[in-house]
Design a protein. Structure first.
Length: 574
């Protein structure tokens, strides 16, 4: 076959070729500049009351992931149909939560990409792709994903796997500033969705599967300059330093403490709440005997300078890789200001958010690593469930995936319910010594055998902590959860099914096959009075790679198909 020469090709083919060239020329800048109303502090503060937009990853400063839109209901949800789909152009884990501001959707993708779309039609306005080092994937335990963006003023902000924070013009996608806050060659990486508080872009770090000492940064939204940094592992002479023991003098210097899930903010108390992850090594605690502050905790921070007002620690001396980095949802329950936190250690926590004091913890899934709590909220550890070098802890429940993994739950204040993506899975664990080398895994595990389990979606009462209903599934619910004022909960599965459930009973009412596993989070928004539901699809990450697709859990997930796509749904008009 002769190569095609466009000058000799038929007229229709030359027309298509010319159109392709013109489109390619437009892509480096904006396809179509859009006028946007600046996002103000007042808009962010009232995000929970404004139904049409989805202004931050958790939708509001409380992180509820609850939409007050009510057009889609249990009675009509079967009429939900896809309006459009948009390809994200990359494989691997699509962990993102889209944002919608005045009819424009901002959605990040794996491998350092971000797009601006017409949220009604899916038309692309612009895209930006941050160039990544070729071997960045070797420095990230769980895929090169991203969990979303933030909007403020005339800018959109997002973080990249190689520890850049980038500000772009919302109208055109042009870069305003780009700052590097970590060294990716030392596994200081980023997957977090930023949170803007009082003009500061707050971000956190990934990397505690490697020898690291991690932090939370606040950057000036106009310039990118660092306003403050809060290390999550205390240095010598700082409060909490003595909780790292005296067996290994460098334990705290490489103690981990990731901060890769977006925090919450209470403007009335003026407190920023940010959770922290596991200590390093993940399963070997012999060199760091002690509580290992401030890992596996939620920190109450002064948003002006990053100082710690108080903390609550979910798993002192974590030797199970429970990684308490999950979100904190701020709620007013029974007249009390509380935060709700679903942890990989298997418990749903209710904590007084004015002072960090324990109220209760209730089992989401089977728990046997702890037998209860002291009145102060300290877990009472079952000694036979502690893995050491010479003791293989058998049937430890839950395994390191939870409980509740990182995928965010939703709190619906109207229905007084928390809907939690969960799983029932246990493991046999033997700790092991590992060599500490910056930039290389330091997991501290000799043997790990996961015991086949199942997935579940759990509705729990935020007042009492009792389970209202439970949906059993063959594999874990790996998406985030959306609840709505219409009486629905939306969640996705590794098999690619995006599902709607009755909020009162947990009954499945609707399902749509997206073509790839869902590990991102759904949202709802409205344009011209019409309610839309959106969800990112695209399989990848730790759950698929390691346990549920490997030795235990759900072996059918091992070779699940990949592909990044955002689907947007609305009711079919008869």
């Amino acid at each position: 076959m002769q190569p095609n020469n466009s000058s000799q090709a038929p007229a229709w083919r030359r027309t298509i070729a010319l159109g392709t060239v013109l489109l390619a020329a437009a892509l480096p800048g904006a396809v179509e500049a859009q006028k946007h109303t600046p996002v103000t502090d007042a808009m962010l503060l009232s995000a929970s009351k404004e139904p049409n937009n989805w202004l931050m990853a958790g939708r509001d400063y409380s992180g509820t992931r609850f939409s007050p839109l009510a057009t889609v209901t249990p009675k009509n949800v079967k009429r939900l149909v896809p309006v459009y789909s948009f390809s994200l152009g990359t494989l691997d884990a699509q962990n993102t939560t889209p944002l919608v501001v005045d009819g424009v959707m901002y959605v990040t993708a794996s491998h350092g990409k971000i797009y601006a779309l017409d949220a009604k039609t899916g038309k692309e306005y612009w895209q930006y792709s941050h160039p990544l080092p070729d071997n960045i994937g070797k420095m990230m335990c769980c895929d090169v994903g991203n969990r979303g963006a933030a909007v403020y003023g005339d800018k959109v902000f997002y973080a990249t796997p190689d520890a850049h924070v980038i500000a772009l013009k919302r109208e055109t996608g042009e870069k305003v500033w780009d700052v590097t806050i970590g060294d990716w060659t030392k596994a200081q990486t980023m997957t977090v969705a930023p949170l803007v508080v009082k003009g500061k872009v707050v971000v956190g770090m990934s990397g505690a599967e490697y020898p690291t000492r991690l932090w939370i940064d606040a950057l000036d939204s106009e310039t990118g300059a660092q306003v403050w940094r809060r290390y999550t592992i205390p240095g010598p002479g700082e409060p909490g330093f003595d909780t790292w023991g005296d067996q290994d003098p460098e334990a705290s210097a490489y103690g981990g403490g990731s901060t890769w899930i977006t925090g919450s903010y209470d403007p009335d108390l003026d407190i920023l709440y940010w959770s922290t992850g596991n200590p390093n090594p993940d399963w070997d605690g012999m060199g760091r005997i002690g509580d290992n502050l401030y890992t596996n905790s939620t920190l109450g921070l002064n948003p002006d300078d990053g100082s710690i007002k108080f903390h609550y620690q979910y798993t002192p001396w974590d030797v199970w890789d429970f990684d308490g980095v999950n979100e904190t949802i701020l709620a007013d329950v029974g007249g009390k200001k509380v935060w709700l936190h679903g942890d990989r250690n298997g418990f749903l926590y209710k904590i007084d958010r004015t002072n960090g004091k324990f109220i209760w913890a209730k089992e989401i899934s089977k728990v046997n690593w702890a037998t209860g709590f002291t009145p102060e909220g300290r877990p009472i550890i079952a000694k036979d469930k502690v893995p050491t070098y010479d003791h293989k802890a058998m049937n430890v429940c839950p395994a390191s995936e939870g409980g509740k993994w990182w995928n965010p739950m939703s709190y619906n204040p109207n229905a007084s319910i928390v809907v939690i993506p969960s799983r029932e899975i246990c493991a046999d664990i033997l700790a092991g010594k590992s060599e500490r080398v910056e930039g290389k895994y330091n997991l501290g595990i000799a043997e790990a055998d996961w015991i086949k389990g199942h997935g579940q979606l759990v509705g729990m009462d935020p007042v009492t902590g009792e389970k209202k209903w439970q949906v059993i599934a063959p594999s874990p619910f790996t998406s985030g959860v959306l609840t709505t004022a219409g009486g629905l909960a939306f969640a996705g599965t590794p098999e690619g099914e995006f599902k709607a459930f009755d909020l009162k009973s947990g009954e499945e009412l609707w399902s749509y096959q997206t073509g790839s596993g869902i590990v991102g989070s759904p949202i709802s928004f409205a344009i011209d009075g019409k309610q839309y539901i959106a969800v990112p699809s695209g399989w990848g990450g730790w759950t698929g790679w390691a346990t549920w697709g490997g030795k235990g859990g759900a072996p059918h997930l091992k070779n699940m198909r990949k592909g990044g796509t955002v689907y947007v749904f609305a009711l079919f008009d008869r």
